[in-house]
Design a protein. Structure first.
Length: 140
């Protein structure tokens, strides 16, 4: 598995595990959401956007960002939005001692915590898909 895919998979798993405990409501209807994400005026090339429902019984909905755009399905209601995007740091990571493998590029999230782990970004997803178009212009 490529390192970037591996790191994003770990992040998604971590998001799911830390999104709350308790009984989850299954089978909630979802509605199309779409939009654009910019960081410092430039489209986010690749990343992830998560809609965390205000209702803790509902699981988060996650979509990918490609060339500054996202499109996925989310549950209706108020949500807290988290946005992550990683890029290479220029450093190479060597495999742990005793393990066989090639070095791979180190990648780090470059979106500030105020837009992800400490996000106060909010939106409301509605059953009317024409109202579910969002734009996030993130500044440092």
């Amino acid at each position: 598995m490529k390192p970037l895919v591996y790191l994003m998979s770990l992040f998604i798993l971590g998001s799911c595990l830390t999104s709350g405990c308790g009984k989850r409501v299954e089978g909630e209807p979802t509605y199309p959401v779409s939009g654009k994400v910019f960081f410092k005026g430039e489209p986010v090339a690749a990343g992830e956007i998560t809609f965390h429902p205000e209702n803790p019984a509902l699981s988060p909905d996650v979509g990918e960002i490609h060339d500054g755009a996202f499109q996925f399905a989310a549950k209706a209601g108020p949500v807290r939005v988290e946005i992550f995007a990683s890029r290479p740091t220029g450093k190479m990571i060597d495999p742990p001692p005793g393990e066989v493998g090639e070095s791979y590029p180190e990648v780090k999230n470059y979106i500030p915590a105020e837009y992800n782990t400490q996000s106060k970004l909010t939106e409301t997803v509605t059953e009317d898909k024409s109202k579910n178009q969002f734009e996030f212009d993130l500044n440092e």
